[in-house]
Each structure stands twice: as C-alpha cells, then as structure tokens.
Write a protein that binds this ligand. Sequence first.
Ligand code: ARG
Length: 403
Amino acid sequence: MSASKTLVLAYSGGLDTSVAIRWLQENKGYDVIACAADIGQAQPGEMDRVRQRALDCGAVESVVVDAQEEYARDFVAPAIAANAMYMGKYPLVSALSRPLITRHLVATAEEYGASAIAHGCTGKGNDQVRFEVTAMAIAPELTVEAPIREWGLSREESIGWAQERGIPIPVKKDSPYSFDENLWGRTAECGVLEDPWASPPEEVFERSAALADTPDEPEELTLSFERGLPVSVDGEPMALVDLIAEVDRRAGVHGIGRIDMIEDRLVGIKSREIYECPGALTLLAAHRDLEDLTLEQELAQEKRAVEGRYAQLIYNGLWYTPLKRALDAFIDVSQRYVTGEVRMQLFKGHAAVAGRRSDLALYDHDLATYDAEDAFDHTQSEGFVKLWGLPTKVWSQKQADVR
Ligand code: ARG
C-alpha cells in the first residue's frame, strides 16, 4: 500500500464506518485515523469500546473526543436562542451535530497532518451535505471521501465483504432501523417507519415512555433562563449539558418529546421521520414563552420571521456561512432581555407552560387589567382607532366597489 496518505474518518462504531476503514485502505490507499465525538449518545464506557473497535478494524490511530460541553455551548445554546425547529417541528438533532463533528475531523487532520477526511453517509440524506459543506467552509483544502456513498453496498454485502477479510465488525442484532442520537435528542428512520401510514412501533423509542405508562399525576418543573440560556432547574444551577440531560429525563418519564413527521429533505425527497426529544421540546416551549413575556413586539415579530430561516440554514448544512453569522448577531442582541423563570407542567405527553415571570417582563399588570386599578387611558383609543382605520375607510369610499 502506498505510504503516508492519511485520512480522518468520522467513526461511529457501527457496521458501515467499521467496514469503511478497510475499504479506504484497500481502494484509496489511505492510512485511516478514526475520530469519534462523544456528544451525549453513549453509555458510560461505550466510547472506549468504540475507540478500540476502530483499531481492531484496521485504523492506524483512533481518537475519541468528549465534545458534549462544546456541543451544548456552541450548537445547542444558539439553537435554543433561535427556537430552531425545521418545518416548525424538528429540533435539528442531527443537523446541529454535523458541523461539530466536522470541526473535530478537521482539527484531527491538522494534528496528524492528514490530507483528507471522510464520512459514512449515503447519497440520499442531508448529513453528507452538512459534513461536506462545513468542510468547504472551514478547511476547503481538504479532500472529502464518502466511502459508503461511493461503494453502495447493502448491509449483507458489507458483512460478507468484512468476513472475507476477517474484519471484526460489530454484528449487533439486526435492527431494521437507523438511529442517530445525541444530547439534544434521537432520530429513527427505516424499516416499517418508511410507511407513513403505519404507527411507529414502541420499540423505536428509548427516551420517552409510552403514554399508557406515564404517571397519572402531573409534575412541575421550573426553568430559569439568563439572556436566553437555561441555567437552572427548580432553582438548582446546572451546567448546560447536565441541565439538558435532566430535563430530557424528567420530560421523557411523562411521554413528552415524540415527533412523527413527513420531512422535506434537502436532496429533494420527502421522508418519514420519528424523533424523540423530550428535553428539547420542553426547553424550547419554555424559552419561547419567556420571549413572549420579555421581547418588545416589533422585535418579537421580526425574530419569529428569522427563526424559520435560521432553522433552514442549519438543516441545509449552512452553519458556517455569512448569513448564519449575521442572523446570529441579531439573535444574540434579542436575547439580552430573555431572563426569567418559566414553570412547566409535564403531563401525558405535553410540556405545558403553567406560569412565567421576569424582572424584565414587559407585561404590565396595571395596563393589562380589567379591574379598577386600570392605568390604560381609554380615551386615547378613540383617536387611535380612527387613524388606524383611516386608510381602510378611504379605500372603502373610493375603490371598494371596483372589481
Ligand atoms: N432526517 C434527519 C436530518 O436530516 C435525521 C438524520 C439522521 N441521520 C442519520 N444518519 N441517521 O437531520
């Protein structure tokens, strides 16, 4: 094999990327360095096994980075500030993680003097776009290989190919599903889920209880935010990683966070997606409500318009782009006043806002009340309504009958 052509592969520990190590050696002449990022998908100890597995499959080096804090701070926190939900439903679990993983592939490539990086995506999904466009933005000089897309083997063929070479591939029980997971949630595709009419079987869920098994008593949870960032649960300050995990766990007990949707992929197809995001849905509902209390209404309206666009940029792999950066600046400024507390009630699949308060609240009881202490000057409304409606009145008089 030709010497010293080195590549860093985004390694998950699964079948595809395990087989890809050897394929990249045999077919492209690379020495492969496996790189796995822990972003909250693994059980304790699992990442050590993942690291070893890559070496067993022929990697010359195997790197595991604990990127949980970085993921929470640099990717999830901005998504919370932006209330980022693709198609108004999907909190971008996988989409947020790909730029982070790519960042680590690039850093590892720099450290080891590698000239290429690789991902294990197929040609049908969004993730290939996110990896490659991120690489184009932050390290355009690197070559990107896509062994799975290029090779296109079925699962059985991959297993056969690996067995012929004695590669110790992970042969887990053959799951019909494809999962992706991190701190912010879990995704499930394939198998019976590809029938949009079929209910998702209970076995695809892991982070949320079935409604039939949830407590019959509601649970309350108080979230505190500072400048748009959740900082404590029930008055107890927590690091963001721990806070998300805690809210995820507590909301999951109540069956919160299941999302079943038909999604428009960037590559042009519609797909049926199942997501499980108890923590994300709870935190986003609370954050959005606190914004309603604290954002001036023109700013709030503009922000709602920006949010959809922002989510779309993330979904479409455009994290490191000028527009995304400019929208970040806007969102940053908007979060200056988003400080306060939200009381959430968790019950039977719903995370409902039960109360909110803030020292910076723009809600003014004396202006809002219908009681005697009313401070709102009703006499001003008469003139206001006349002027507000003036264009409509003029139109009615001059043109309304014109068809
Ligand atoms: N459809 C979702 C997205 O594009 C989930 C992708 C899950 N990725 C995976 N490799 N299983 O963000």
